[in-house]
Design a protein around this ligand. Structure first.
Ligand SMILES: [Zn+2]
Ligand SMILES: [Zn+2]
Ligand SMILES: [Zn+2]
Length: 355
């Protein structure tokens, strides 16, 4: 056993000539934590090459965990003197060579990728900076990083951009109950009303799944051109771009309740003139939304074993890191099938685990 499970213990791997500290990443690895087993303090290059190919976004993200050769976490002396976990002679030779000072940027396309992050200053508020990078915003936003994001300068504005996951059910469950209360009560009195209630409620849930797809595909992933103006890029970053840029920020994952309520009113008000039981449909749609947002959070942080959830976790990670223009469904691939944006996942011979 290399590290106690679920602990923050160090997990250092070697890849090509560089070292990476995966201790904060291993539980989030889209390819599972079990696939990293035994790699602590080891050279993972061969395993990495044999594994299913990693996307450009994944390779970009990997740089976030790189440790500088002079970092104390790099197990140089230990590995050399004790020969620990060094597989063959070739590997020790590589480590000998590392004693000579080497330029860290001499391989791959690190140079290009690093220059992208230098377009913005991560120590400053990000939102005002989006206007300066509109020409390459679309490319930049789909290259994930794992670092703290500050949206606004003033703390009182910044505070409003962070939403802990539990705020969503705390806010929405009472609203859903309030919307449906009268009808629940009357269908309790008159059992013949119960079937009607359930039917309209389920219709609301179905309506939500359609909205989930529509919003994610045509609003959150609004088409950006190289000449998209500063407002559209900033809007995109605010509503969904940031989730693709910092997918591992737990406070920027669920939809904040107040803008959510505003959006709900915006969609509900015109629809309420056409629907027969608008309040029951609304409660169903909001219940659908609540399940979606909780599920989205769980897909990012949970360790599912239920088949559908495991599938959707892999499916959503594919949307994040490989096919950003496919796989818009979060709770199910239903509308991806209808609109032909479904992602076909590889069949795995093993079960993925995340903790
Ligand atoms: Zn991987
Ligand atoms: Zn998305
Ligand atoms: Zn996501």
């Amino acid at each position: 056993m290399d590290t106690p499970q679920g602990s923050e213990a160090e997990f250092i791997v070697k890849y090509r000539q560089e070292y990476y500290d995966l201790s904060k990443f291993m539980h989030k690895h889209p390819g599972g934590i079990n696939t990293l087993k035994g790699l602590n303090q080891a050279d993972m290059t061969a395993r990495f090459m044999k594994a299913p190919p990693h996307s450009d976004a994944a390779m970009y993200l990997m740089k976030e965990y790189k440790v500088k050769p002079e970092d104390s976490r790099v197990p140089k002396t230990k590995a050399r003197h004790q020969g620990r976990r060094v597989d063959n002679g070739q590997d020790s030779q590589e480590q000998e060579q590392e004693q000579q000072p080497r330029e860290p940027e001499d391989k791959n396309n690190n140079q290009l990728d690093e220059s992208m992050e230098h377009l913005v200053d991560w120590s400053k508020a990000m939102l005002p900076q989006i206007a300066n990078i509109t020409t390459c915003y679309d490319e930049w936003v789909h290259k994930p990083v794992d670092r703290p994001l500050r949206l606004f300068g003033p703390w009182y504005l910044e505070m409003l951009t962070k939403t802990p996951w539990w705020l969503v059910p705390t806010f929405w469950i009472p609203v859903i109950m309030w919307c449906a209360w009268e009808d629940i009560y009357s269908s309790w009195q008159d059992k013949s009303q119960l079937a009607v209630f359930i039917a309209y409620f389920l219709f609301g849930v179905l309506l939500w799944t359609f909205l989930e797809y529509t919003l994610h595909r045509w609003v959150f992933h609004i088409k950006l051109e190289s000449n998209s103006g500063p407002w559209i890029c900033t809007f995109h970053f605010m509503i969904h771009g940031l989730h693709h840029k910092v997918p591992f920020d737990p406070m920027r994952l669920v939809f904040p309740p107040l803008p959510g309520a505003f959006l709900a009113m915006l969609i509900y008000t015109p629809l309420s003139y056409f629907l027969i039981q608008p309040r029951i449909v609304l409660s169903g749609a909001l219940a659908g939304y609540l399940c979606y947002d909780m599920m989205h959070y769980y897909l990012h942080y949970g360790n599912p074993s239920f088949r559908h959830i495991v599938h959707m976790k892999r499916y959503h990670y594919q949307h994040h890191f490989t096919h950003q223009d496919l796989g818009y469904g979060i709770s199910s691939p239903l509308w991806d099938v209808v609109f032909k944006t479904r992602i076909h996942l590889r069949k795995l011979k093993y079960q993925l685990r995340w903790s």
